[in-house]
Design a protein around this ligand. Structure first.
Ligand SMILES: [Zn+2]
Length: 173
């Protein structure tokens, strides 16, 4: 059976509200039917869950910490701009100061997204991703949930929140 969320072909035999799920997606699934439908509707690339899957041992009781660790494994496969991976840890890179500059430049309404992107050798889409990336405040977003990360933040939550409000106000998708 193919998992309805990630498409992974699994013989876990698990299902919830009639939807077949792989072990990983089963463990992350919400208990409530409404949130469950939403959860299943948000498709996840099965290959992204690959690292995750390796950490899973269906014979064992799953602990929250273990799940978080697995999530960390997934999200750390590539370091976001401003970070680098050192001994498996996400650490601020030499250019980490540039992230703060980008966030501050964005708050200056006179500067267009294109200008900021050009200055930092990014695409406009890449820039938008940076502006929304929770990694910079030490958190990790996975499956639409925000988790506390184990890495160092490189900008303040205040700056990040200001930018989120601006993105909203300027209707930037
Ligand atoms: Zn799945």
């Amino acid at each position: 059976m193919d998992c309805e969320k990630c498409g992974h072909n699994s013989d876990s035999g698990r299902e919830k509200f009639g939807s077949p799920l792989c072990t990983v997606c089963f463990h992350l699934a919400p208990e409530e039917k409404d949130s469950f439908s939403e959860y299943v509707g948000e498709k996840v690339d099965g290959s992204l869950l690959g690292t995750f899957r390796k950490h899973f041992n269906p014979g064992e009781k799953q602990k929250k910490g273990m799940i978080k660790k697995a999530i960390r494994g997934v999200t750390m496969s590539r370091a976001p701009f401003g970070y680098k991976i050192e001994k498996g840890e996400l650490v601020p890179a030499e250019n980490s100061r540039e992230i703060e500059e980008i966030f501050e430049e964005f708050l200056d309404n006179k500067v267009s997204l294109r200008k900021i992107a050009e200055k930092h050798k990014l695409s406009v889409n890449g820039l938008k991703k940076i502006l929304r990336n929770f990694t910079y405040i030490g958190k990790i977003k996975f499956n639409n949930e925000i988790y506390e990360g184990n890495h160092q933040e490189i900008i303040s939550s205040t700056l990040f929140n200001h930018v989120q409000n601006q993105l909203e106000a300027r209707k930037i998708k």
